[in-house]
Design a protein around this ligand. Sequence first.
Ligand SMILES: [Zn+2]
Length: 258
Amino acid sequence: MNFPVYNRGLVYHKVSEQFEWGLTTTTPKQFKAQMQKLKQLGFSFSTIRDHDPGQQEVLVTFDDGYASIKRYAAPALAEVGGVGTVFAITDYVGQKNSWDYFPEHKQVQHMSWRDLRELHDQGWEIGSHGRSHRRMINMDLADIRSELVTSKKQIEDQIGQEVVTFCPPFNAWNSDLLHLIEEAGYWRIAISYPLTGLPSWSGEFVPRLGVYLHDMLPLFLAKIMVNPLAPVAVLQQQLINLAGDGKIVENWLNPTGK
Ligand SMILES: [Zn+2]
């Protein structure tokens, strides 16, 4: 079965049982069901680096590099024969996320270098999310360069492979930053799905849609199969087609067919 694919890039943050108000967590059960459903529909799962545009591939990506990704997401992806891309914050590898706004007792552990190396050995791509998870467009030039160049080198030293994909923290980027990203030796940037079109750049944009705690399976599938840039009327029609066409909603509501 061939479904229309409008968006291949998905972005997750935490895959964990631990509830949080930020809603950037997906439960391990939800994540596994999402991957299994995509596999069932004929999709495979590639890193950004090894993506073949001719294939029906989904690019599952993880910002921030939390330990829960190695623990829950990697095994679930392995079960469907897939790999993903993780964007590490290099100053916080092996540390808690004290860069975030949560109080200390709610802080979450990032993967260690060893974890990241193991994922890389399993075929995952390790990209850079900078050093400190700050909004880079407000920084001075020396700090931006340090975020870009130092983080790249740190990851490369640890995994023994060139790092070519950068993901700007908070999706904060502009033309000046694109220029500096390129200058630092990256040629891809992973961003949120742009609503206003993209500037010209010699590198490659990897647009992604976020997956959140409240995303039930039909909404999750719509992220891939519905054109996120379409006007609302077209979007509605696409959702209706999607629901009817693949019987996706029906299957989801009544998986045993009774
Ligand atoms: Zn982030």
